[in-house]
Design a binder for this molecule. Structure first.
Ligand SMILES: [Zn+2]
Length: 185
């Protein structure tokens, strides 16, 4: 497992099978898991955890949710689209905060990647955004702009993205600038 800062550990993504990064944040009472991946490594890591688990799924794509059927958890938070795909979980349509020795904000965020994405802000330092801004060549520019504006409002030092092992943690302003450049090119 790799680490980001003091409180976040993660299992990097894999290509075959396609499986997104799985993030683990240890609270006093619960372990918070952001995305559950789609390979055996992720499943084994998740199932080794002794604490009760609170799971947040970023969005409904298979590489992020594949293992969900094989995991026991205390709570599961999802966006509406993810709920429609897996048929379970609590839909988050307004952001809320959990304080458990670590402060975790679960935030619905508009995205040009998929509808109904959730991101999480850890201690106002690292905000995990998964694939939020991955787009194909044609994308909804208005949604991209709305997403950038929402990201600007988040009180965080860094954004952390999935699938990019060597370019994963961005200072807030750097990511915002890159996204605006991409939008305006
Ligand atoms: Zn995706």
């Amino acid at each position: 497992m790799n680490a980001i800062g003091e409180k976040i550990k993660y299992l990097p993504s894999s290509e075959y099978p396609l499986s997104a990064d799985v993030y683990f944040i240890e609270g006093d009472k619960y372990c918070y898991i952001y995305d559950v991946g789609n390979n055996d490594d992720s499943l084994n890591q998740i199932n080794q955890i002794k604490k009760e688990k609170i799971i947040v799924l970023s969005h409904y794509h298979q590489d992020h949710i594949g293992n969900i059927e094989n995991i026991d958890y205390h709570s599961l938070y999802v966006g509406k689209k993810t709920y429609e795909t897996i048929g379970k979980g609590t839909i988050v349509d307004e952001q809320f905060t959990v304080n458990d020795g670590v402060k975790i904000e679960i935030i619905p965020c508009v995205s040009p990647h998929t509808e109904g994405s959730l991101i999480i802000n850890v201690d106002n330092e690292y905000t995990l955004i998964a694939d939020l801004y991955f787009t194909r060549s044609s994308f909804d520019r208005e949604k991209m702009l709305m997403m950038i504006n929402s990201l600007k409002d988040i009180e965080t030092k860094y954004f952390v993205i999935s699938h990019q092992e060597n370019d994963k943690v961005f200072p807030k302003e750097k990511l915002i600038t890159e996204l605006l450049d991409y939008l305006n090119q």
